[in-house]
Write a protein that binds this ligand. Structure first.
Ligand SMILES: [Zn+2]
Ligand SMILES: [Zn+2]
Length: 343
């Protein structure tokens, strides 16, 4: 069968891979039905993703169907539709033993550190499968993206009396917006691209958006919008070290700043006049927990998260090499592209 491999930056090719063997204890063989493409994949393609190694079969946002299960597997059965929690943790390290499976000391993400789902069938640990009889394959492929925002908002833990500012309205920022809304907090979204803010207003029902200019006027506008209080929770989803350092200034006194984007550059910020004076907390947010996947499945099943606005592009597997570079162009207007695997 044919898998799609990113041999090196800017170079995809179809390779022949063997069929998976019969699943061993605790394993499942799955047929991949839908694969979401995200910033990590674009970064891997461009050679800008620090954790990405080559050659690699990408694909970590997966809607799958279980084909066979190995001995001892009870959580899924053949025929089940599932999403995949693509964070492979060792279950042995201090972090895993504390339940922090999202930041295992030996963490591997499928499709990033090891081969992922851009292939018709492969083997996964069954404990990483979360079944939903109701969700469509492409909805299952969206669960991981939403999990990133879910965990980021859980880190910031807004109450319904607070205001959440989401900086950056790409897919990660948008996934944070979904859970900020569910918290009952007031939500404000800031981005440099007017079209993205229009999407946030028209498709996600967020009234308060700010078009960023990168200057001091951004902070003035936020001050005005919040009666001078700024925001109790700020989620930076830009991956820009300048934005991340500057984000402290948008925090209210006693506020929490969550970094859900990542940067390889150093982040700097004023300590005494801002961080200390306002007694701010800075929180990292990495991946997500198993319970986040189950929660999101339920939220989609109950109609509390509408996935319809999310998926803007559907690509047949065979067309992926030709189509992938076009998704990088801003004119594509892509929110989430999903590769549809042949049945
Ligand atoms: Zn992703
Ligand atoms: Zn571990």
């Amino acid at each position: 069968m044919q898998a799609l491999q990113l041999e090196k930056p800017h170079h995809f090719l179809f390779i022949e891979v063997p069929e998976p063997e019969a699943p061993g204890p605790g394993e499942a063989v799955v047929a991949v039905r839908a694969v979401g493409i995200c910033g990590t994949d674009y970064g891997g393609y461009l050679g800008k993703m620090p954790f990405f190694s080559y050659p690699r079969i990408p694909g970590h946002e997966l809607g799958v169907e279980v084909m066979a299960v190995g001995p001892g597997v009870t959580n899924v059965a053949p025929g089940d539709r599932c999403c995949v929690e693509p964070y492979i943790n060792c279950q042995q390290c201090h972090s895993c033993k504390r339940g922090l499976t999202n930041c295992c000391e030996h963490h591997q993400t499928l499709g990033v550190h090891c081969d992922g789902g851009l292939r018709p069938r492969f083997t996964v640990p069954a404990r990483k499968l979360h079944r939903s009889p109701k969700l469509a394959h492409e909805q299952n492929a969206l669960v991981e993206t939403l999990a990133i925002g879910c965990h980021a908002i859980d880190r910031g833990a807004p109450t319904s009396a607070e205001t959440v500012l989401v900086i950056g309205a790409g897919p990660i920022g948008l996934s944070a917006v979904e859970f900020a809304k569910l918290s009952g907090a007031r939500v404000i979204v800031i981005d440099r691209v007017a079209a993205r803010l229009a999407f946030v207003r028209e498709r996600m029902g967020i009234a308060d958006t700010l078009l960023a200019t990168g200057g001091a006027s951004d902070l003035d506008a936020l001050r005005e919008l919040t009666d001078g209080r700024f925001c109790e929770v700020v989620v930076d989803a830009t991956g820009s070290n300048a934005s991340m350092g500057g984000a402290l200034a948008s925090c209210a006194f006693g506020g929490r700043l969550v970094f859900v984007g990542i940067t390889q550059a150093e982040v700097s910020f004023p300590h005494a006049p801002v961080m200390h004076r306002r007694e701010l907390s800075i929180l990292a947010s990495r991946n997500a927990l198993s319970r986040d996947f189950r929660r999101i499945i339920t939220l989609i099943e109950e109609g509390r998260i509408d996935t319809a606005p999310w998926i803007t592009h559907r690509i047949p597997f065979a067309d992926t090499i030709a189509t992938f570079p076009t998704l990088l162009e801003p004119v594509s207007g892509v929110i989430k592209a999903v590769v549809e695997m042949p049945e």
